[in-house]
Design a protein around this ligand. Sequence first.
Ligand code: B3K
Ligand code: ZN
Length: 873
Amino acid sequence: PHAIHLKDYRPPEFLIDAVDLRFDLDPERTTVEAKLALRRNPAATRGDGDLRLHGEQLDLERIAVNGHPLTPSEYEVHQEGLTLHRVPDQFGLETRVRIHPSLNTALEGLYQSGEMLCTQCEAEGFRRITYFLDRPDVMATYSTTLVADKRRFPVLLSNGNPVESRDLDGGRHLMRWEDPFPKPSYLFALIAGDLKAVEDSFSTASGREVALKIYVEPHNLDKCDHAMRSLKKAMRWDEERFGREYDLDIFMIVAVSHFNMGAMENKGLNVFNDKFVLARPDTATDVDFDGIESVIAHEYFHNWTGNRITCRDWFQLSLKEGFTVYRDQEFSADVGSRGVKRIGDVRLLRAHQLPEDEGPLAHPVRPDSYIEINNFYTATVYQKGAEVVRMQANLLGPELFRKATDLYFERHDGQAVTTDDFVRCMEDASGRDLEQFRLWYQQAGTPELSVQEAFDADSGRYSLSVRQHTPPTPGQPLKEPFHIPIAVGLLGQDGEDLPLQLEGDTTPSAPGTRVLELTNSEQSFTFVGLEAKPVPSLLRGFPAPVKLKTEASDDDLLFLMAHDSDGFNRWDAAQTLMQRLLLALVDDAEAELPERFFAAFEQALMDAQSDKALLAEVLTPPSEGYLGDQMAVVDVDGIHRAHSVLGRRVGERLRDALLEVYRANDGSEPYAFMPDDVGRRALKNLALGYLAKAGDAEALAAAQAQFEAARNMTDVMAALRLLVDHGGEAGTRALDHFYGRWSGEPLVVDKWLSVQATSPREDTLERVIALMGHADFSLRNPNRVRSLIGAFCNANQVRFHASDGRGYRFLADRVLELNPLNPQIAARLLKAMVRWRRFDAGRQALMRAEIARILDAEALSADVYEVASKALG
Ligand code: B3K
Ligand code: ZN
């Protein structure tokens, strides 16, 4: 496998204006006829005159140019595609190929999922369907004819609007679809199956009616309400917030049970992992409802950010993904609770992106090279990419940012562009120079900030000296300073925000938050007019994806936790404080916890005024994985012990308060997915969790009662987890009962698998191995793999990283099994081991040996090869 470099980008030598496809569908043997209208690209430098089309695993049956079949000397078929020698400047190409959906276990291209046929083309799956210029800067209009057996496949869908439907001989039928908007091949989709639709409609701002359809297998029709509601909310929001209207007459979503990722934004025909469509209160948790709302919105938003305007090449992936994640984050913040949303997003960034930035797979938001592009759908491209858009939105302010996005949509509609084009729109609309800011796209690594404060009582001057340092990442030993917005507030002794007057300002600005712009490696900001030394509240709302080395005292953190006007920083202060306590417990499990910590915890708990969802976030300790990231060498067992000790001591010390909170918030029936209800459930289940950690008999009885009585999956799962982790008969009975009730619902069975795979109990790996033999488990279904194997390797630090190395061997065996079946899933799983250098020598050696064993294996996919070789590199 070889690397592809951004610096080698060349415009395509040929363009394709129009595509006419005809599929004769059959799971064993599908025929694809393609007619392409090709012409030389006037903007490209002339090459050798040959046309090179991508194509993989295609059996070519016919090929003709302008209607004349080619002789074998006029073309060449090879591993990566097809080369045509000396073609005209403009011509029609016809091909007919045969493909085999039922054998396609990689789930890329056309494949079979249960009884249906479906496609996944991003990033480079279209070349497994027909010979094509399978690159995003080749945009064409598509007309697609689907022919199939009518009884087996009554529903035949593709992109655009339906234009023809008729019956054919032999029980077959035909549907034709036309998509008038030029699109790259990665946005092509088709679906064939025995599906039923939930239907609705939407009137756009300009008064057009759009038909909305969500297609599912018939028994899932009762699980689509939330998805449909979410879609309509997203459509309205995009009109109001970004002025973006939907453009076709019909918008379709299809739920598929075999899917490599969350969902796919194919033009007019979004294909979804069923996990992000199907929900009923008794089958899905609050987290699931939330995920559905945001993924439906995300894919819908791609219609403008991704589809109408797409990426020039795959190095620009964050152009569509970073921006679209930013858009879905803002949507969720507007329809839910903004503060809680921000905390969740930062938790996610800290859990996944920061570690990625510090590991062997670190790459810039706009990578310079890749071996397999599917490995680059990462937290850096998505989540950090969204933070980079967010910083620009904040630097410009709402009005100018809207002006800039309007300009972007107008200037680039119908084009395939770069992240640089995006930034230029920000500059042109605002008049700001973002040259240095562009480094956020080019340099990998997370800047570390350190801040030193100085107060001079005589002059009333208070200064913050800020330094930034970005550690080296693979291929980038030295970094230039970033342009970093730093939002700060200063709190007076009463906890109120002080007016902020920077040296040189003529008047003080109102009390609140100010954004300082750090552009040098070291810079000082001086505030004047202060009567006493304030308590600084730094990085309010997390204004940039950086790490702060804080020197705040525990007292200052408690003060911020109690008083900061910024909810995010109240949460962050609590996190830092808990992190300190936990790390102290790692050193010494008997260490005393300060009395004022319990007092603050109790006070927060008993504050009747507070937002419950926010409170639940404040009182949730940092995860074991995150604590490991804060240590020079991850102490797997010490961290797990510290976590248990902290939970137990809180549960014991604050028993009465926790029980009171639990009781006061219990009973959220009937279920509603409303912020208040979600917050209430989160808080009461958190309280129950602390009590259960203390082994409290009353709490365990309450968990048992909740497990039996609750009608919503959020409460059922919370109780089940406590019972399973506590162990014994009650846990086993609950698991059996749960499976008996839900064995017919694969997405609920996934929860049953995960709750066992993430249990800290000592026999968890044995259980996971046993569950792989369960009738409901299959390596061919990514949701099952993620729920059992993925959950064990990524969300059970103490058991996966057991010092005997059995977890590592287990993972490597699974990677090698999955490698030939589904390389994307195999490579993604392997990422659980790439940060092996963070552990002690014993574990390092064990992980390294397993990665080396993988690298030695034969017929390694490019996906797995890239991750394994970079991990050891
Ligand atoms: N664009 C798709 C992801 C495709 C992943 C290909 N390996 C979903 C999304 O980000 O919306
Ligand atoms: Zn996306």
